[in-house]
Design a protein around this ligand. Structure first.
Ligand SMILES: Cc1cc2nc3c(=O)[nH]c(=O)nc-3n(C[C@H](O)[C@H](O)[C@H](O)COP(=O)(O)OP(=O)(O)OC[C@H]3O[C@@H](n4cnc5c(N)ncnc54)[C@H](O)[C@@H]3O)c2cc1C
Length: 337
């Protein structure tokens, strides 16, 4: 089939790779000037792949698509022309002793929401020290087996470079997505099937809003952190995601509003103080990059997959895009079949 995709962000790129691999002719339209322009939220994300931890706020579909995506990513990445850092050695939830009560409530909530066999594992101090020796001694920790991370910048580049049979229409904004038709400034483009994956650009057809997130890249040679770590704290939520060779990505604020300005002093102070409280050597790291962007979210903060003959809409990936994209795209392509 000849397929039109509106949006060359995370979803648009995963769709292009998967549709191209199935032998379809794919056309992707995006207002960005070229493949390296970093406006899409997909570029900014830390790349945590945490189906269990995300259950704190997400629904059971996010867990299911997340688990499936962790199975699908290695096969997708193997077909790409450039290497992408991807690891699934588990992730950690940690809490300071004084916050243990609140942290246990979160872990109990995850245990109630997760299907049998998917539980956070309580770690003894010695076990934590063996897994991640650079973390502060005295933290309470739980291991979430099988969770992981992906290097989002490498993946955005490699997905675009590896999409077979795909024509990229840059500087091509789609004002409306109709069954079998993408409406652009130069006229209506007809396709056998179309996908609307424009994120915030899908307004007013979808009631999507932006939720601001800010993120820091810290350079910290010799730290040796292997796994993503999430601090459970009533006010100061922070996570750390290590990237080869010596970067730790620290994220992320979650602020209602569509402000795309640079990161604020408040977020810098709060997030980095919380990060140093669990990984003290980070105090000597260098801040090499900061970034802010908007997560596309629907009113219920859950993902939307909607289809009609000739048209699929996917949106509202909120804070789970990298976690669920391959699984969600797989479900979307079942509609197509
Ligand atoms: C700070 C931060 C940290 C995050 N961390 C994580 C994480 O650790 N793990 C995780 O799973 N997720 C994370 N996310 C969330 C993840 O990045 C998003 O869920 C995901 O990028 C959404 O993908 P998308 O394809 O829907 O949107 P996007 O990646 O934003 O892509 C939308 C695309 O549509 C294009 N577009 C817009 N308007 C139009 C138009 N009119 N016509 C055509 N195209 C258009 C845009 O240019 C863009 O390329 C994070 C997000 C942020 C901001």
């Amino acid at each position: 089939m000849r397929i039109g995709v509106a949006g060359a962000g995370l979803l648009g790129r995963v769709l292009a790779v998967q549709l191209g691999a199935s032998g379809h002719e794919v056309h992707v339209h995006d207002p960005a000037s070229g493949p390296q322009e970093r406006g899409a939220t997909g570029w900014t994300a830390a790349g945590m792949l945490s189906p269990l931890a995300e259950l704190e706020t997400a629904d059971e579909r996010v867990f299911r698509w997340g688990q499936r995506s962790i199975e699908l990513w290695p096969g997708i990445l193997r077909r790409l022309p450039q290497p992408v850092e991807f690891r699934c050695d588990g992730s950690l939830l940690v809490a300071h002793r004084e916050d243990l009560g609140a942290a246990r409530r979160v872990v109990d909530l995850l245990a109630r929401k997760a299907p049998a066999g998917h539980q956070a594992q309580d770690l003894a101090p010695k076990e934590l020290a063996q897994l991640e020796p650079s973390l502060k001694a005295g933290l309470h920790a739980w291991l979430l087996p099988g969770e992981g991370q992906i290097h989002t910048v490498q993946a955005m580049q490699a997905l675009q470079a590896g999409a077979l049979d795909t024509t990229w229409h840059w500087s091509s904004s789609v004002s409306e997505v109709l069954p079998r038709c993408l409406r652009t400034a130069t006229g209506d483009e007809r396709y056998d099937w179309v996908f609307d994956v424009r994120g915030l650009g899908a307004r007013p057809q979808l009631p999507v809003r932006g939720v601001r997130g800010e993120i820091f890249w810290l350079q910290a040679p010799g730290l040796g952190l292997r796994r993503p770590v999430r601090l459970l704290h009533a006010r100061h939520r922070v996570y750390l995601v290590p990237r080869e060779p010596d970067i730790v990505v620290v994220g992320a604020s979650e602020i209602e509003g569509e402000d795309r300005s640079p990161v604020s002093v408040r977020s810098t102070v709060e997030l980095l103080a919380a990060a140093c409280s669990i990984l003290p050597p980070l105090a000597e790291a260098r801040i090499v990059h900061t970034e802010s962007n908007l997560r596309p979210a629907l009113p219920d903060n859950q993902p939307l997959l909607e289809h009609a003959p000739g048209l699929v809409r996917i949106n509202g990936l909120f804070r789970h895009g990298w976690l669920i994209a391959p699984g969600l795209v797989e479900s979307a392509l079942e509609c197509l079949a």
